[in-house]
Design a protein around this ligand. Structure first.
Ligand SMILES: Nc1ncnc2c1ncn2[C@@H]1O[C@H](COP(=O)(O)OP(=O)(O)O)[C@@H](O)[C@H]1O
Ligand SMILES: O=C(O)[C@@H](O)C(=O)COP(=O)(O)O
Length: 425
């Protein structure tokens, strides 16, 4: 296994899997810690998807170490810690503490922090993270329900999360090529720096970074650095070609959206405008017992069998802050996740076999409830989001979409990449 990765959320893991698969590595995604009986043989890359982005730092560290040990035991030659391209975290963690723990576990004396994902507009310049044309702190991520990001300076952000010395290497050095970058990394190490935030403007920077850092025992970052790493390691694997369509079991389709991101809210509006039947989850009604998961599931099941019901909790920042100040951030988030997970279970039992889930935390809650543990990676729907097929538990085609990813017509066009299983030879 050329790369064993620990991802702090499930859509992040799927995003990395897609990058590695498209780059020619045979890739599998494990949801939660892999059990001893799980067969990971033959994979060039395995990404373990945790749900550790927003849990207490000590728990995230413990869980990540267990995942790292399991990957090592399965033969991983190097480890990667995958977090969000928008560095989603709080001052309490979890990127800093998990990085520290994995450095100690792998014996790494230096690692990089490379969140950039240029294909989705996440770039880093002079250590500052941009989302599209705006600094992170001026992007919609400043209003994320669980991890509002209000400081774009990653050296400063990470510095608040770890006692290790954090430095940076800017794009000018990276553009001087692999040898100059290696020299800069060695100089950083000699100066006592343990984590280097790396600039990235476009994919050529990721290639240089991948080439210079591939032999590090631990790499940290977003899916973008997966591109550079895979390019540096591809020669060591058998050629694998990523599929452009995916056979999926016969059955009904549904969309469950728990992300409050601008992108997901736009996708919901586009789906509604196109006539998809939709039902909003009402947090207040749920707490007062006026709405329930069963009733929402009954509504979806009662829709025409050839329609794609859309169930969503997504709220804009003003609505969200009202809900959170009344019920608390964690309690309201957990209520929404539990409800969507319970709805998904009912839909699975009613013959829904193709589901699109929007939101990282949401996808974690839903897949856990569905009993899905291992995923094969299918075709790319949009950058960062592939179709996946469950290889354990119920046979389901699942698209796990990071809240912020995908074009406006994502909920409409994703289904076109699925084909009946019988047509697949
Ligand atoms: N209406 C709502 N009120 C309170 N919390 C909500 C609401 N809708 C969604 N949430 C919570 O917001 C969080 C969104 O996170 P996530 O699913 O990871 O989306 P994203 O991918 O956009 O980060 C989840 O914990 C979800 O339960
Ligand atoms: O790196 C990214 O942006 C994604 O892979 C990711 O981690 C997204 O997380 P969510 O927005 O919570 O889905």
């Amino acid at each position: 296994m050329l790369i064993g990765a620990v991802a702090d959320d499930i859509t992040g893991a799927t995003d990395l899997c897609l990058m590695l698969s498209r780059s020619g590595l045979k890739t599998r995604q494990v949801i939660g810690l892999p059990g001893p009986q799980m067969d990971l043989s033959g994979a060039d890359a395995v990404v373990v998807a945790l749900k550790s982005r927003t849990i207490p730092a000590a728990d995230a560290v413990e869980m990540s170490l267990q995942a790292a040990k399991a990957l090592r035991a399965a033969g991983a030659q190097r480890l990667m810690f995958k977090y969000c391209s928008t560095f989603d975290s709080t001052d309490e963690g979890n990127i800093g503490p998990v990085t520290e723990a994995l450095m100690e576990f792998t014996g790494a004396t230096l690692t990089i922090a490379c969140p950039a994902f240029p294909a989705t507009g996440r770039t880093v310049y002079k250590g500052h993270l941009f989302v599209g044309d705006r600094l992170l702190s001026e992007s919609p991520l400043k209003d994320h329900p669980l991890t509002p990001m209000r400081d774009p300076d990653l050296v400063r952000v990470l510095g608040r999360q770890t006692a290790l010395k954090v430095g940076s290497i800017d794009v000018t050095t990276i553009r001087q090529g692999e040898a100059a970058l290696r020299k800069a990394l060695e100089a950083a190490r000699a100066a006592g720096t343990r984590i280097v935030v790396t600039d990235t403007i476009d994919e050529s920077d990721l290639m240089t970074l991948g080439a210079a850092c591939a032999e590090m025992p631990l790499i940290t970052g977003g899916s973008g650095i997966g591109l550079g790493l895979a390019a540096a390691l591809r020669d060591q694997s058998d050629a694998h070609s990523a599929p452009d369509r995916m056979p999926a079991p016969e059955g009904r389709c549904a969309i469950l959206a728990g992300s409050c991101s601008v992108a997901t809210r736009g996708q919901i509006a586009a789906a509604q405008a196109a006539g998809l039947p939709s039902r909003a989850l009402d947090v207040e009604a749920l707490t007062e017992g006026r709405q329930s998961a069963d009733e929402i599931a009954d509504w979806a099941i009662a829709q025409p069998a050839d329609s794609t019901p859309l169930i969503y909790s997504s709220a804009d920042p003003a609505q969200l802050s009202k809900i959170q100040s009344r019920l608390g951030r964690d309690a309201s988030g957990a209520l929404v996740e539990d409800t969507l997970a319970a709805v998904a279970e009912r839909l699975r039992d009613a013959g829904f076999t193709r589901m699109l889930i929007a939101g990282g935390e949401t996808s974690g809650a839903v897949t856990t409830a569905l009993g899905v543990r291992l995923l094969d990676i299918g075709p790319e729907i949009d950058p960062g989001v592939p179709w996946t097929m469950s290889l354990s538990g119920p046979r389901l085609a699942l698209a796990l979409k990071s809240g912020n990813f995908g074009a406006e017509d994502f909920f409409l066009k994703a289904w076109d990449l699925l084909e009946p299983e019988a047509e697949h030879v």
